[in-house]
Design a protein around this ligand. Structure first.
Ligand code: IVH
Length: 674
């Protein structure tokens, strides 16, 4: 449909429907199949067009529209909701014997000549949830609660992008059961950010997922990247799957994310081998599993076996033994992060744990050490939190010899002797030295890292050598390095030197988003950096942004805003930035991957005063992207951009049904926002 024509409500409805179907399809490809077929910005453009149409025709807004994933205001509390069929839990098997016993009981229920087939699935370590679809629409989602009633967490579940808001075909009633979980990568990212911010850490991805789903503000849930695997059906009408494998196929066909890592077994011995195999292989998965679930495939046999009050008799959870090990704390040392946080870390006698050899464990902060009374020389029990981070569960005081030593946080930074401070309400202690060599080293390692300036060959060891040789003292010095400077360094041959200098030179062209991330501003991760680059377009504009202005940007909260202002307030940081600019490092934003002329053929009319752009700037922006600006509204006008106190052009646009953009939307369309 030609977007340049004014749309009647009927035409708008048609286009809205078309956009929703397209967006749902691409959402499915991206979040369920992990196989996108269009670039992100094309998806964003469609979403923007849909947002516009829904704004223009509010009657067309629907809670199941892709625009409504992060909807609503923070709530005061959760209401409870009754499950249509109870949510049972599973009985546990802890070893081969328990599985053999389960198999024996199942076989007792077989009819003469009947055989049994088992489906073995991953047991995802998350939170059981139930999602109810009425007439194909997602209407309610809940936690398990006591099995009969749970908490209504619909808004938070909607933020999980792999959850379909409506089904691709009409189904009268469907109660879907699954496990909401936090992938290992999201968990690490979340805890790293919390550690840097001095906030308490989540013990494992399950707790993090539970904490996220119980957030009263769906925007927080949306930022934490949960996912959902579905594995069963509670109540249903209008579907008739054959066997449990049929249930999984049906759910997949209806657009849900189903874990395809399941296997069907006819022989128990093969099933047992499979269970053993996953005991070690599980560490390679991107999510945590705490066992496997064995289910009878045939539905008639399931029915015959029935359930106890607590759990079905046709399924059992095979739980992996917890991966723990005993080892000794050789030493406790303090690491200084790039934002100055002092993190105590235990050096351990190396021990094999969950697939790797562990020689260090984070101790998080001094409160944690005090609470657990961990001393140097102690024997301790270690595990990997969420399969990832080695952590000390407990000290074993009964094994003490008397030679153990109580540890306390140093009063000065171990690297630069500057005083350390602990802010009220924070668990973290920070070094106050701006020129602290360890902070500097961490900061430089971060600056050169793959997701930041991506300088291949400039790793931690080379940076340490450059620092101790006095060749660099800040990130900008990297760009002054010459061949002669590098020759005396250890383990750097002429070829490596040439490659390194080439990589340094190439990094000057890194995107502004990467540069902002590379600066290592507290709380500014990759995503925030990209948003800031998109919004400001250049580093010098970002440098002069005020706190009030920053918090207006979607996803930039007061904490990030304060940290940005504070960072650019420091003269030392300003000096580094000036040096970077002089060295020729790119400080301007070019939207990555976007068709630079994506407004080709679009006709804009500007009316009213924009807050952040002059008329001239807005015109140049449109023209630079291939669009045209004209002075009067006509049938050919694609968009009217309305600022404060708009004139009669605004009324005309309304009357003609031309899409009206506010300043924010205009900036989004022109790539000033993400
Ligand atoms: S089937 C009647 N399959 O494990 C219960 N559960 O107590 C049907 N879980 O928190 C559960 N992965 O949510 C089933 N593939 C899977 C699972 C799974 C994780 C969770 C479930 C519940 C616990 C079982």
């Amino acid at each position: 449909m030609d977007r340049d024509l004014k749309l009647s409500q009927e035409q708008a409805l048609e286009r809205v429907e078309e956009l929703r179907r397209e967006l749902e399809k691409h959402n499915y490809r991206y979040y369920v199949l992990d196989d996108p077929v269009i670039p992100d910005d094309q998806y964003d453009q469609m979403l923007l067009e849909l947002e516009q149409l829904e704004k223009q025709f509010p009657a067309l807004v629907s809670p199941h529209s892709p625009t409504q994933r992060v909807g609503g205001k923070p709530r005061k509390g959760f209401t409870t909701t009754r499950h249509l069929t109870p949510m049972l839990s599973l009985a546990n098997a802890f070893d081969e014997g328990d599985l053999r016993e389960f198999d024996r009981r199942v076989r007792q229920a077989l009819l003469p000549g009947e055989t049994v087939e088992y489906v073995v699935e991953m047991k995802i370590d998350g939170l059981a949830v139930s999602l109810y679809y009425q007439d194909g629409l997602f209407v309610r989602g809940a936690t398990r609660g006591d099995g009969e009633t749970g908490e209504d967490i619909t808004e938070n579940l909607k933020t999980i992008k792999s959850v379909p808001l409506r089904l691709p075909r009409f189904v009268p009633a469907l109660e879907v059961r699954g496990e909401a979980y936090m992938p290992k990568s999201s968990f690490s990212r979340l805890n790293e950010a919390r550690e840097e911010a001095g906030e308490s850490l989540f013990a494992n991805p399950r707790n993090a997922a539970a904490g996220t789903l119980r957030q009263l503000d769906p925007r927080i849930a949306a930022s934490r990247r949960l996912d959902l695997f579905v594995y069963g059906i509670g109540f249903s009408r209008g579907v008739d799957p054959a066997g449990h494998v049929g249930v999984l196929d049906l759910l997949q066909e209806l657009g849900f994310k189903v874990n395809r890592r399941y296997q069907v077994f006819k022989h128990l011995d093969e099933l047992l081998d499979y269970c053993h195999q996953w005991q070690t292989e599980r560490f390679n998965l991107p999510y945590v599993i705490d066992g496997l679930v064995v289910k009878v495939n045939a539905l008639p046999l399931q029915e015959r076996l029935g359930a106890t009050v607590k759990s079905p008799r046709w399924a059992i959870a095979y739980k992996f033994p917890p991966e723990q090990a005993v080892t000794r704390v050789k030493n406790i040392f303090v690491r200084v992060g790039r934002t100055g946080v002092l993190t105590p870390t235990a050096e351990l006698e190396p021990v094999h744990l969950a697939g790797t050899t562990v020689g260090k464990a984070t101790l998080h902060n001094e409160d944690n050490i005090k609470e657990k009374d961990i001393r140097t020389g102690d024997l301790v029990l270690v595990h990997k939190a969420g399969d990832i981070i080695p952590e000390i569960i407990t000290a074993l005081p009964e094994k003490r010899t008397g030679r153990e030593e109580i540890w306390s946080m140093p009063q000065v930074c171990p690297a630069c002797s500057s005083p350390v401070v602990r802010a009220a309400g924070e668990a973290a202690v920070r070094c106050t030295g701006m020129a602290c060599p360890e902070r500097l080293w961490e900061g430089l390692v971060h600056f050169a890292s793959r997701n930041a300036m991506d300088i291949a060959g400039l790793g931690p060891a080379v940076i340490a050598q450059l620092l101790s040789a006095g060749l660099i003292a800040d990130p900008a010095d990297i760009y002054t390095l010459k061949e002669d400077d590098l020759m005396p360094l250890e383990r750097l041959g002429p070829k490596s030197i040439r490659n390194l200098l080439g990589a340094i030179d190439q990094s000057k062209g890194a995107s502004l988003g990467r540069l902002v991330f590379a600066l290592g501003i507290r709380h500014v991760g990759e995503r925030a950096a990209k948003i800031l680059a998109n919004h400001y377009g250049s580093l010098d504009r970002l440098m002069f942004a005020s706190q009030e202005e920053l918090v207006q940007i979607p996803e930039i909260g007061p904490k990030i805003a304060a940290s940005i202002v504070d960072f650019f307030d420091h003269e030392q940081n300003q000096a580094v930035i000036n040096k970077l600019i002089k060295a020729g490092v790119n400080t301007y934003h070019e939207k990555e991957g976007q068709d630079s002329k994506h407004l080709h053929g679009k006709i804009f009319v500007l009316t009213g005063t924009l807050d952040e752009l002059s008329r001239q700037q807005a015109r140049e922006l449109v023209e630079s992207l291939g669009g045209k600006v004209t002075s009067s509204v006509s049938r050919n006008t694609s968009y009217v951009v309305a600022g404060k106190n708009p004139g009669s052009k605004y009324d005309k646009a309304l009357a003609m049904g031309v899409t009206i953009l506010g300043e924010k939307e205009f900036k989004k369309l022109t790539g000033q926002y993400l």
